[in-house]
Design a protein around this ligand. Structure first.
Ligand code: CO8
Length: 374
């Protein structure tokens, strides 16, 4: 017997510290001045390149980002460090990423009217986990008192939507009655804050979602998931290379070339048409057109990308209500952006309204869910 699968609750953990564009730009520019002064002779001789400066105007115009939240701000704006300072925790202590995940998970469980006893599986899915094992999901599972099983999965920008797809399949086939999917995106420690091309892009956040069958759902806001659709196509245009093999490569694991880097222009050009086509064809599977969609909860990487994609879908500009933006406040939160938008801007829709949750980015990867309000 096939089941109807629903999203019945979401949660959002917003970290305590805000960092504005001006603060980041000041730190980068002061760092660049110092670097350029310290290396004036080598720069003059053409042996090394001078560090380029950043500007808040560029950031806002090129990306739409005005602000981001970070889990730890101390150290991040220190021009001799440019990295958050997070003292290592003892193995007996709950790790930082699990702490973020637990906050979002509790909210999602409360929204879905679910206790630990109702949930059979926990997926922690994000761009990076802070360690390889034991899985962060299993740590969260234990902290929340959930039986069954948990696992981590990484799909960069599409980690959240791909996890929802796994949850959809698990509930459909009876592997789990309800699945808790969590996206603790602790990405602020994976950026080169001296690189003007990327220093402004990311912020930290955690989102959580409960997926279950309509038979057990008893929440105030319930969304039928009509189906899920996933796509990947290999690209080197967004990369992060750090990992244990760096030891064997005799390179420093966290050296700058191993941190986040991208060819943003190419990403923009290649991913936008793929994402628009992906969503149109997904909707067509349900005999729906983009005009039938009340709300688009799009990946939150860049406002210009989202304007381009929604215009391609609708043949006109989407209103702020139709395609809500959260990246101005949260920046790019890797896989969590579309779910922040869903969490904040879905409860006002009426029974029968259709919406699309869609991520796109590194991999390349695109993941979507067509949903309908109950
Ligand atoms: N301040 C001033 N000038 C700057 C700055 C700056 N901060 N940065 C670049 N410039 C300059 C450039 O040097 C260039 O100068 P010139 O013309 O002299 O060469 C000029 O401004 C234009 O630069 P770009 O061509 O790079 O600028 P764009 O207009 O293309 O904007 C963006 C850059 C904002 C990066 C844009 O290309 C973009 O957002 N593209 C889409 C990228 C995207 O969506 N990426 C996906 C990100 S990955 C993801 O979502 C999840 C990944 C996994 C998580 C990783 C966590 C760490």
């Amino acid at each position: 017997m096939s089941k109807n699968i629903v999203i019945s609750g979401t949660g959002l953990y917003t970290p305590p510290y805000q960092v504005t564009n001006d603060e980041l730009v000041q730190a980068l520019n002061d760092h660049a001045d110092k670097f350029n002064a310290d290396n004036a002779a080598a720069i003059e001789a053409g042996e090394i390149a001078a560090k380029a400066k950043s500007s808040s105007e560029f950031i806002e115009k090129a990306s739409g980002i005005k602000n981001r939240y970070v889990y730890e701000k101390d150290g991040l704006l220190d021009i001799d460090r440019l990295c958050p300072r997070m003292p290592a925790k003892a193995e007996e202590e709950t790790c930082d990423q699990a702490l973020m995940a637990i906050e979002a998970a509790k909210q999602a469980m409360a929204a879905a009217n679910k206790t630990a006893a109702d949930i059979d599986a926990v997926i922690v899915s994000c761009a990076y986990t802070q360690r390889a094992y034991p899985a962060i999901a299993i740590e969260v599972q234990a902290a929340l008192g959930i039986e069954g099983f948990g696992f981590d999965m990484l799909v960069a920008c599409s980690a959240a939507t791909f996890a929802l797809q796994r949850a959809y399949e698990m509930v459909s086939t009876g592997t789990a009655r309800a699945v808790l999917c969590i996206n603790p995106e602790l990405v602020s420690s994976q950026l080169d804050y001296s690189d003007r091309d990327s220093h402004f892009i990311f912020g930290d956040v955690a989102t959580a979602t409960i997926v279950e069958s309509d038979e057990s759902a008893n929440a105030e806001h319930v969304w039928d998931v009509l189906s899920t659709k996933a796509f990947t196509s290999f690209s080197n245009n967004i990369r992060s290379n750090f990992g244990h093999v760096a030891r064997a490569n005799d390179v420093e694991a966290f050296s700058k070339p191993n941190l986040f880097h991208q060819n943003g222009r190419k990403v923009f050009k290649e991913v936008c048409p793929l994402a628009a086509e992906h969503m149109s064809s997904h909707l067509a599977q349900h005999s729906l057109t983009p005009q039938d969609v009340k709300r688009w909860w799009l990946h939150q990487a860049n406002i210009n990308m989202n304007l381009f994609i929604s215009k391609k879908l609708l043949g006109r500009d989407a209103s702020a209500e139709e395609a809500p933006t959260v990246l101005d406040e949260y920046a790019n939160t890797a896989s969590a952006g579309s779910l922040i938008a869903f969490h904040k801007y879905s409860k006002d829709l009426q029974a029968g309204d259709h919406g699309v949750i869609c991520s796109f980015g590194a991999g390349y990867s695109i993941g979507s869910l067509v949903v309908r309000k109950r």
